[in-house]
Write a protein of this length. Sequence first.
Length: 251
Amino acid sequence: MSGKDWGQKLLAILVVLAMLAMLGIPPTVLIFFSVIIYFVWRAVDRSEQHETRRVFEFYLAAHEILRADERRWYGFELSEVVSQGEAVLHAMKDPPPLVYYALGALYARAGDHDAAVEHLAYVVENESSDERLRNEPSPELRRYVSVLRRLERDPAEGPQTIAAVQGLERERRANAGILLAQSRSQIGAAPAPRPFTDETRVKSRPTPLDLGAHRTPRADGVTAPTPAAPAVPPPIAEVLRDLYEEEKKTA
């Protein structure tokens, strides 16, 4: 919070206390209410700062994943950053368009092309994504812009944060339309072939019967014959008939 905002709020509190003193309220009561107002004020101020800080923390995490490097990210890492961005999106009445782009690009990276199209289409095709049309900001957006301008004026205050914001803005201008078209082309496309897994490897492993179907060369160069298949016993009816005829002959 800037010094001007602090001064305005402090002046308002002093005016209220002066009015209460003019009404004859004892000083002890005024002190008690002053302490309560101070702690409530601090709690609200910290909550507002936390909400604003959470937007920039999401930018840092999203930019780290989306920037071009050779690192491979696990699915749960993508899911955690996406959940972080969704929380930011639903916590603000008018979230910055950059949040929509970062979320759309993350969804595209994760393979959720339906969600990617939903967020990227807002950035590319919706006029509301133009910052110049945001003329009636919510208190959350006003605080966000205040912190953003302060970082732009003094990058040393948060060099990694402002670098993440600027990197995402460059990617938004260059890649938003491309990512949207790619995600739309992926919706309804044929499923990818089944990857080769350990289960597939076990199923494709030859069985002992398969191995026995081939001749194995011996050390003397002579090919060993294939082991003969075990003899199938005759049916039980034939065995009983033979025993019955033998008994008739001996009788």
